[in-house]
Design a protein around this ligand. Sequence first.
Ligand code: HEC
Length: 109
Amino acid sequence: MNLFRLATFAALFGAAAAAQAQTEADALFANKICFACHSVTKADFKRIGPYVVDIKAKYQGQADARAYLKDKILRGSAGVWGPAESSVMPANKVTDAEADLLAGWILTQ
Ligand code: HEC
């Protein structure tokens, strides 16, 4: 395999891996019941928690955003979004790796 073909293969494989991660995160968002409290975009109606696009907007400039969100997904959250958001998210039943995947996914919505 020459270098060009190797680079093409690596690029395609990278894209496929990224697409795979997106699909997995989409499935987790549904299976772990996140969607019961969060809509992803404003096209959907407002649920008890903040829109996923608003979470992204709030944290996307923060260097440790992915680690911060992962921790919140694992442990739950209270009081950050104020009374308008009902303010409490209980700890979610996700593994460390699932929380990390979801945190990364939120930051790409
Ligand atoms: C029972 C309702 C409920 C469920 C289920 C839920 N959330 Fe939340 N979530 C909330 C509420 C309410 C807030 C706002 C909490 C606050 O103000 O600190 C929130 C906040 C968040 C935040 C932002 C935390 C911060 O510090 O700004 C993230 C990220 C998040 N949720 C992700 C998820 C993911 C991923 C799932 C599924 C694994 C999930 N949530 C399931 C209600 C829920």
